[in-house]
Design a protein around this ligand. Structure first.
Ligand code: ATP
Length: 736
């Protein structure tokens, strides 16, 4: 008798999930599936390996390097397209605004440049937000949290599609043209990841084109490695920081890393950076010069020397960054809840973007109108100095902070001498920058928080040290961004590479670590908050502390829905339709007369995935008197449909087919990872994370299948830190 069918099982489709309050950080969404990072070493795999031999290994390895090369080149070209479009568009915009400002030196005609600025900012913002709302919502924001989840092993729908890339590229250009407080650096990481996922597959599902090459990379674990490389190449292009990119992939992303991947990722990042440098140098009239430094150029710092006595000041600045960063994350969470409740229609989302954009323009004009900070021309830090409210031969310093790209503003704050801006100018700018960044992060547009964070921090950093402005504004920028994102290693190296000063690595590290520790005391990072809000089952680096009294049999789901090694097609279809699980242990019932007086025992023989069963059903790989599928089914059969497999409801089978059987033993993973039911949570967690698993089968004392553990069972245990206190809590499932 086939017992598994009688089991109650864990049926997600029928599960009555609890209603999760809006903005809850304590739920796990059942909507997200996992990626298969494990290599399924079944008979077909072994046959392919034997048949193709060592040449195949070399060919694959060579193709890997070439693919990383092309990922670097393509990512750089995407950066170049974004850069040039923004440069052309903003030059036009700022010249127009300047023209109208030049014709008006008093307050009574300021409405003219204001209306021009409003119009020129609102149009691109409208286009950008419509693209996100109506065409591809996945291209919203920087994409860093979603890329982080992908690298952690979560299948994020539509994350790495061509459509997402196109919307992202146009969207991020619109954000910059619309003068909104979002950076293009975060989106570059997402863009690099999409490029990597696409280039490495040798086919485009959107265009229905298959080059017939690189089929061997059509597996999740191969794709994951390329995506890590793509994310790193994105950082390398954005900041001119290849090592920072590599470390970002390591710190924020990949749960699984190896030495060869480090090399290849570094290679891809270098290629990306140098392609971008050479093309942009040529574009700016210096071919072969390689003078152009990444999309974000921090400029040359004259003097980054510091004294040991400066270190306590850096620590204090780190504390301020941590506190303001934690407040930022907290307030952003409140805004998220507000948005979920009230900004829940498409038109409202677009309206919010337009309101944010108009408010940003209005604030900038009000500040220009009500502060009088006039400086002599020649000190001007901008290409478009505006005279408004100043005498001839002078420019308005407040206007110069607002009427340039955010990257330019960061550069001005880092390098301009103390006499360029009055203290009040910087104070007002800093307060407005903080709140505009806060409000802007989370609206429906494609921009990141990296540059706005740096800009805010650079402003208050400038106020701390009037003597050596470069150093203090840089430390302020790092502390602020560190407090918001809690990135430490990668951000230190990104900033070291972008500033070109290794001696300044220590102060940067000190302030970033302080900012992280202080920030973590009060809240999660902005990225982790986003991830928790979406309920994605992200596995942390380490298991929850003090959890070794939780055992595998507390974690696991049982009874388990299983298949027999020889299973009828009817049963397979029925189970796949009833349950939404993606992995099923394959078992065999054995009667043991010698040891157990003829009792039937169910022994584990392997594990089979839903996607494999779908391919088998689709290709009708059934045992029958006339079927001889042994030669026709190969690894290629399974790669053909990757990554979009049909749904079980789309497979058409004849009534007669349902009576036939499939021998699963040839296709299943014959040696899945198993654990004893007495294994503690930390050990199961470490095994799961280190090996990049999707399912772990739990066996009892007599080695029978007792339960199954998946990512959601492990991610359910969450450490909560509140005001320094740590406790482990269990999250609830939701279908949001
Ligand atoms: P994923 O979606 O993460 O790729 P999955 O669909 O196989 O994997 P989950 O959705 O993570 O599984 O699992 C949801 C719950 O169902 C978990 O508690 C898990 O233990 C349980 N579960 C998974 N597979 C089975 C199975 N074959 N039999 C019974 N319960 C299962």
């Amino acid at each position: 008798m086939y017992q598994s069918m009688d089991f109650k099982g864990y049926d997600l489709s029928n599960e009555s999930e609890e209603i999760v309050p809006i903005g809850s950080l304590n739920h796990l969404s059942t909507k997200y599936e996992s990626l298969d990072y494990e290599v399924i070493e079944n008979e077909l795999y072994r046959e392919e390996e034997q048949k193709k031999g060592y040449r195949y290994v070399v060919q694959k390895d060579f193709s890997r390097w070439m693919t990383f090369f092309w990922i670097g080149v393509t990512t750089a070209f995407i950066g170049i397209i974004i850069f040039i479009s923004i440069e052309i568009g903003t030059t036009f915009k700022f010249n127009m605004i300047k023209k109208y400002f030049d014709g008006c030196t008093e307050a009574d005609c300021v409405y003219k440049p204001y209306l021009v600025a409003l119009l020129l900012n609102l149009i691109p913002s409208l286009v950008g937000s419509c693209l996100i709302v109506y065409i591809e919502p996945m291209a919203k924001g920087s994409g860093i949290p979603a890329v982080k989840c992908f690298l952690n092993g979560i299948k994020v729908p539509r994350l790495i599609r061509l459509k997402t890339l196109v919307v992202k590229v146009i969207g991020v250009t619109c954000v910059a043209l619309g003068g909104m407080w979002g950076g293009k650096e975060g989106p570059m990481i997402h863009a690099g990841s999409i490029v990597a996922a696409g280039v490495s597959q040798g086919k485009s599902i959107t265009f229905n084109k298959d080059l017939g090459a690189l089929n061997f990379f059509r597996e999740d674990h191969e794709k994951r490695d390329f995506v890590s490389g793509g994310a790193a190449a994105g950082i390398a292009a954005a900041f001119g920081a290849p090592v920072g990119g590599l470390l970002f992939s390591l710190e924020e992303g990949a749960s699984f890393w190896n030495q060869a991947l480090t090399w290849r990722t570094f290679f891809g990042s270098m290629v990306s950076m140098f392609t971008l440098h050479s093309v942009l140098s040529a574009y700016h009239g210096h071919p072969g010069d390689l003078t152009y430094k990444g999309l974000l150029n921090f400029g040359e710092f004259d003097d980054l020397s510091y004294h040991i006595l400066d270190i306590p000041v850096f620590v204090l600045m780190g504390i301020v960054g941590g506190l303001t960063g934690a407040l930022f994350c907290h307030l952003n969470l409140k805004l998220f809840i507000f948005r979920k409740r009230y900004v829940n229609k498409d038109w409202k989302k677009i309206l919010e973007v337009l309101i944010v954009c108009a408010t940003t323009v209005t604030i900038s004009f009000l500040l220009i109108l009500f502060t009088s900070d006039c400086k002599k021309l020649g000190l001007d830090p901008t290409d478009h100095p505006i005279q408004f409210g100043c005498n001839d031969g002078e420019f308005n310093a407040m206007a110069s902070l607002w009427f340039q790209l955010l990257e330019g503003t960061v550069r001005s704050l880092f390098h301009d001498t103390p006499d360029v801006f009055n203290t009040t100018t910087v104070v007002y700018f800093c307060i407005c920058a903080y709140f505009i960044t806060l409000w802007t992060y989370g609206v429906h547009f494609s921009g990141g928080v990296l540059i706005p964070g740096l800009c805010t921090g650079a402003a208050w950093g400038r106020l701390v040290g009037r003597a050596n402005i470069g150093i203090y504004s840089l430390i302020g920028a790092a502390s602020q961004l560190g407090g918001i994102t809690r990135m430490t290693i990668s951000l230190t190296i990104i900033l070291v590479e972008a500033t070109g000063s290794i001696t300044f690595g220590l102060p940067l590290m000190i302030c970033l670590m302080t900012a992280k520790w202080v920030g973590d005391f009060f809240s999660e990072s902005i990225y982790d908050t986003q991830i928790e809000l979406s309920g994605m089952p992200l596995l942390a680096w380490d298991p929850p502390p003090l959890s070794s009294n939780i055992y595998a049999n507390n974690l696991m789901t049982h009874p388990v829905i299983t298949f027999k090694t020889k299973e009828t097609v009817g049963n397979i279809v029925k189970i796949l339709k009833t349950y939404s699980h993606n992995g099923f242990p394959v078992i065999e019932y054995v009667q043991n007369y010698e040891l157990d007086e003829g009792k039937t025992k169910c022994y584990l023989r392997g594990l089979i995935l839903r996607s494999q069963l779908i391919v088998l059903l689709e290709n009708k790989v059934f045992d029958g008197p006339l079927t001889n599928y042994w030669d026709s089914v190969t690894m290629e059969t399974f790669r053909e449909d990757y990554p979009r497999y049909s749904s079980i409801d789309d497979i058409e089978l004849l009534q007669n087919d349902l009576k036939l059987t499939i021998d699963l033993s040839r296709f299943m993973n014959p040696s899945p990872y198993i654990v004893q039911h007495t294994m503690s949570l930390p050990r199961v967690f470490k095994l799961f994370r280190a090996m990049g698993l999707r399912h772990i089968v739990v066996v009892n004392d007599s080695n029978e299948v007792a339960g199954i553990v998946t990512r959601k069972d492990l991610a359910r245990y969450k450490v909560i830190r509140h005001m320094g206190k740590i406790c482990v809590t269990e999250l609830q499932f939701s279908s949001k």
